[in-house]
Design a protein around this ligand. Structure first.
Ligand code: NAD
Length: 383
């Protein structure tokens, strides 16, 4: 490991968000922590844009890169409620390929410039934003202004302030907003939420969790800070999520460090980041992420036992055990279940499982992680 590295640029958004009273307002709404496997997040009153009881919900994907091509589009061939109705792309190659492969009519294909015309397209109910992180805010707000429900990929945006603006835009337009945290729909993950939050093994004392992959190429938006690159933004939200959903609490303090193991490859983005969270109930979480090594594990040590998932964040084959037994839950297509459930709730005007506020809570902590790296100090979060 080389030297500890200060990330350039200020991450003061948490302070700005706190000043706006957003964190306080979340707490006042009873939204200060994720509760249970399906949170009763009654923050939306969605009029819905249903045109018929049995209509399937048309999804348009924006951003036809790796995740859309290899996970979401194939999953949309297995969904029962949602279906792949349209797409937004910047390249003619993609347009031709996708239109043929998925039988998408020309009238449902948009580019980044004419995207707003989607407002009049009755085939499209939901826009799924699968773009580089720096583009999430713009396209979520444009989709909301077009009257479409939105699923936005993780991390929700560049910082907490952007999340606040996205939530406000969806509220003002009366559309739903869901964040693409697919693990919330996954049975093993739901079980560790229950074990932790219901204190099945007593209070959780320590959480050790990490999600990382070893990069072999160093090009593209993940290596560009302005575009929302960096390991914390890419994979760091998974251990952060895990600590929050195992405890069901929001952290009160954040300390973080970052390291560069391959100098010259990481100009301005974090490569190997480690962060520690302190929770009000006494749990301490020691969390890791990075582009320097491959790991994927969640371990929680509690007063009367332990539980773990290994891997805990992969698309398939999530597996786990407790100090008493193996966890044997069905393997599901996470993305298919996620999109079907979101579509069902959007169309029925019901709250979604992972609303925008959940993405905001993460970004408040991510902002604090970068603040701690920059200052070399712990950041206390006001709740
Ligand atoms: P990608 O680089 O493979 O695809 C990005 C897409 O955005 C491409 O279609 C590209 O053409 C388009 N794009 C438009 N303008 C661009 C610009 N200025 N620069 C670069 N690309 C531009 O990325 P990806 O891996 O598909 O990730 C997209 C989003 O999905 C990210 O927010 C990422 O965090 C998220 N993601 C989530 C999961 C998950 O498990 N939930 C997994 C992978 C990625």
């Amino acid at each position: 490991m080389e030297n500890r590295k200060n990330i350039k640029g200020s991450r003061r958004e948490f302070l700005r968000v706190s000043a706006l009273g957003v964190a306080g307002s979340l707490a006042a709404q009873g939204l200060s922590a994720f509760r249970g496997a399906h949170p009763a997040s009654a923050e939306y009153s969605i009029p819905g844009i249903l045109t018929g009881k049995h209509k399937r919900a048309g999804i348009a994907l924006i951003g036809l890169g790796n995740y859309s091509a290899n996970q979401l589009a194939p999953a949309l061939q297995e969904t029962k409620i949602a279906y792949l109705a349209g797409m937004v792309t910047g390249t003619m190659d993609n347009e031709k390929l996708w239109a043929e492969k998925y039988n998408i009519p020309k009238k449902n294909i948009y580019n980044y410039d004419n995207f707003d015309e989607i407002a009049t397209n009755r085939d499209i109910d939901i826009v799924y934003v699968v773009l580089p992180n720096s583009m999430h805010k713009e396209f979520t707000i444009r989709a909301a202004n077009a009257g479409k429900h939105v699923i936005c990929e993780k991390p929700m945006a560049l910082n907490a302030q952007e999340c606040v603006e996205m939530i406000a835009a969806c509220r003002e337009n009366g559309v739903g907003l869901s964040i693409g945290y697919r693990l919330h729909y996954e049975p093993h993950t739901q079980e560790v939420m229950r074990l932790g939050q219901e204190k099945v093994f007593g209070n959780v004392l320590h959480i050790s969790c990490g999600a990382a992959w070893r990069a072999t190429t160093f090009e593209g938006w993940r290596w560009d800070r302005e575009m929302g690159g960096g390991a914390m933004m890419d994979m760091g939200v998974y251990p952060l999520q895990a600590a929050r959903y195992v405890t069901g609490e929001e952290p009160v303090s954040v300390t973080a460090q970052t390291f560069i193991t391959r100098p010259g490859r990481y100009e301005g983005v974090d490569e190997a980041t480690t962060f520690q969270l302190e929770f009000p109930g006494g749990t301490v979480a020691s969390l890791d992420t990075g582009f320097h090594a491959s790991f994927d594990h969640l371990y929680a040590f509690a007063e009367k036992g332990w539980f773990e998932l290994r891997p805990f964040s992969s698309y398939r084959s999530i597996s786990g055990r407790t100090s008493r037994e193996e966890l044997n839950f069905p393997q599901i297509n996470q993305q298919a279940v996620q999109m079907d459930e979101d579509a069902e709730n959007f169309m029925a005007g019901l709250p979604v499982r992972v609303p925008g506020e959940e993405g905001l809570r993460d970004m408040i902590v991510v902002d604090a992680v970068y603040e701690s790296i920059r200052t070399g100090r712990s950041v206390r979060l006001r709740r």
